[in-house]
Design a protein around this ligand. Structure first.
Ligand SMILES: CC(C)(COP(=O)(O)OP(=O)(O)OC[C@H]1O[C@@H](n2cnc3c(N)ncnc32)[C@H](O)[C@@H]1OP(=O)(O)O)[C@@H](O)C(=O)NCCC(=O)NCCS
Length: 159
């Protein structure tokens, strides 16, 4: 598995389910550190496969594939790196960095100099390697009645 070549391409509508599955699987491994089991168990509540469809259709998502198997994805939009997930069986191979480069390029498009990331707690040290610094703490919005998911807001400036 570790010697398998990884390829990168932009998403199509057909990738919607794979993207949703990658998020679901990735979230599960964030328990019990740094998130409680209660948070993990309710993380995907209210989220649907279709939520990811418009971005996939528009090709805004970068897919990493081992053969034809999706093993990670990222997404950047002007001013923000929005999403980055790597399959647990494929972490530590440089895939996150390659996906981050692509999302960051998209985030910097439109001449945006300051880029924002709302990061889960586990990923903060990863983003700091890219020059991002913490500006505040918060919680994911839209989870009324559910255990809060703590996040850290980070920014970086690019000349
Ligand atoms: C965070 C994540 C994207 C990293 O992906 P990855 O493919 O393992 O990262 P890479 O192998 O490309 O690592 C690149 C560098 O970052 C470092 N790194 C990776 N994860 C790290 C972490 N959690 N903390 C600190 N450093 C980390 C690696 O050691 C490597 O360092 P090096 O360049 O000095 O060798 C991945 O672990 C993941 O998807 N986690 C769960 C989902 C998640 O938290 N996404 C972010 C939501 S905001």
């Amino acid at each position: 598995m570790k010697t398998q070549r990884i390829s990168y391409r932009r998403s199509t509508a057909d990738d919607t389910q794979a993207v949703f599955d990658l998020v679901t699987a990735s979230v599960r491994r964030l328990a019990p550190v740094p998130y409680s089991q209660e948070v993990i168990d309710t993380w995907m509540e209210g989220r649907k496969v279709e939520d990811y469809q418009p971005d996939c259709v528009q090709g805004l998502v970068w897919l990493a594939e081992a053969g034809y198997r999706p093993v990670g994805f990222s997404q950047g939009e002007p001013g923000e790196v929005k999403r980055l997930f790597v399959d647990a069986n494929f972490v530590g191979l440089g895939i996150g960095a390659s996906l981050m480069e692509r999302a960051l390029d998209d985030a910097r498009s439109g001449n945006k100099k300051t880029i924002v990331i709302e990061a889960t707690l586990n990923a903060v040290p990863f983003y700091k390697k890219w020059g991002f610094g913490e500006v505040s703490e918060g919680i994911f919005p839209g989870r009324e009645g559910l255990p809060p998911i703590r996040i850290v807001r980070l920014t970086a400036s690019f000349g």
